[in-house]
Write a protein that binds this ligand. Sequence first.
Ligand code: ATP
Ligand code: ATP
Ligand code: MG
Ligand code: MG
Lengths: 266, 266
Amino acid sequence: MRRIAVMNQKGGVGKTTTTVNLAAGLARQGRSVCLIDLDPQGHASLHLGVEALGGTPTMYQVFSGTKILDDVRQMAAPNLWVAPSDLDLAATELELVDASNREIVLREAIDASVANFPFDYILFDCPPSLGVLTINALTAAREVLIPLQPHFFALQGLSKLLETTALVTRRLNRDLRVTGIALCLFETGTRLAADVTDDLRSFLDQSDADTPWGNAQVFDSRIRRNIKLAEAPSFAQSIFDYAPKCAGAVDYTALVEEVIACEEQN
Amino acid sequence: MRRIAVMNQKGGVGKTTTTVNLAAGLARQGRSVCLIDLDPQGHASLHLGVEALGGTPTMYQVFSGTKILDDVRQMAAPNLWVAPSDLDLAATELELVDASNREIVLREAIDASVANFPFDYILFDCPPSLGVLTINALTAAREVLIPLQPHFFALQGLSKLLETTALVTRRLNRDLRVTGIALCLFETGTRLAADVTDDLRSFLDQSDADTPWGNAQVFDSRIRRNIKLAEAPSFAQSIFDYAPKCAGAVDYTALVEEVIACEEQN
Ligand SMILES: Nc1ncnc2c1ncn2[C@@H]1O[C@H](COP(=O)(O)OP(=O)(O)OP(=O)(O)O)[C@@H](O)[C@H]1O
Ligand SMILES: Nc1ncnc2c1ncn2[C@@H]1O[C@H](COP(=O)(O)OP(=O)(O)OP(=O)(O)O)[C@@H](O)[C@H]1O
Ligand SMILES: [Mg+2]
Ligand SMILES: [Mg+2]
């Protein structure tokens, strides 16, 4: 079972769009996938048409210990399940402040139900912060996938993101590794994208092999800016259902294949 | 003195780009402006070339009570000051959990130094969350300016953002009003932008006049997507210095003029 945290504290870089389309793409390739929505905005849930209304169990109950994961996950498509979130989850950050197990609640919830969790992939969609929800994802995951918009602020935040990952590796989760960086919202032909991509590749080339990102790569597949990717959520569809021939579907299909290609190593 | 919180919990919608270019534009029009960076990413500080290194005093010290605002603000350009932040500020959320005055620390800090704070405008750049830092901005501000990308997820989050503003108005800051919504990263010609803009205008038209957003408008000036706006931060320049004739500079000039035009009412 691969557990992949999709994270970046920079806002609006394509975390949710990548998590949802990667999950949907893997499910279409016959993998069984569970997407866990860790963002109180609940956008991944919404994107998959699972709006947590009224009494729907959500990840908030898992963090507060009143529900187990099996009660929360719902089927969104063949092979694709989602454990939804809503704004209640915003309270978790404060509610866990004094809890001794605050960083491992999610890992414990997954371990407790692994027997009933026969998934090939668990994907975590993280909020734009390095708070307790993201730390829980890093502690429960084995791999990190970093969506990154090739803009100036993105590079600036990367070192902090990697430092946080290293901290989690040292203290909470020795096996955690950064699998790769996916360039999102890519504007081909702009000098900015070319410059940031070059900076990124040379940064990774110079990294020590014994860091958690020592073997990380920049995925070959770049997700180009494509308005259909921004339209699909309003129809509660993945890009493969909404516009299967558009550039967005082509790019995410390529990324799905690259992620599958690393299966032997993980 | 106008105090404007630039906020939206949705990530990557143009909060920092708007705060910095609005601040720079107002300063060029002869207003004295102080930009307060409330995002631990410190992107507004970085964008103005003020990187908080080593012992530089930051907003973290203001929230922990070890420095006053006058010690923290630095001049970034004529008429333009910035009170910088860095990652230390991420600790404030947890450090203020038990503080009785957790929501009003910033307002108290500004009120304590208003005599030395002869500014025409104070602008707050908020992080992508509705946590204690954003609540402090809403409590210290009199106006809210909401940058919004005309995408599906943006509308979805707006009602929560307005609810939070109403809560602050009821409990902490009776005078708080939403001045307007600035459409950012606008892609002219896409149906999505047109649909979301229509939805937005009809949502506002139907709002009760006695809500904090009862008089809010969608600013006429739309900030079009323009790569120069994304390049300017890497040169630590506002758009007016970096590329004064590009569409981004034209759009932000128009927004500055609209904000100035509301001066009589505030
Ligand atoms: N490749 C793309 N082309 C065009 N639009 C995109 C693309 N990827 C994402 N978007 C749109 O850009 C916006 C930001 O993407 P998304 O919400 O996935 O980012 P995020 O990192 O999850 O944001 P947050 O930090 O708020 O969680 C969304 O409106 C989304 O629909
Ligand atoms: N109108 C625009 N055209 C092109 N790029 C833009 C525009 N506005 C902002 N950007 C770029 O898009 C990215 C997101 O903008 P910005 O960082 O200002 O958003 P934000 O809401 O402050 O993000 P966060 O939620 O992380 O604080 C940045 O890389 C910025 O340079
Ligand atoms: Mg998201
Ligand atoms: Mg910002």
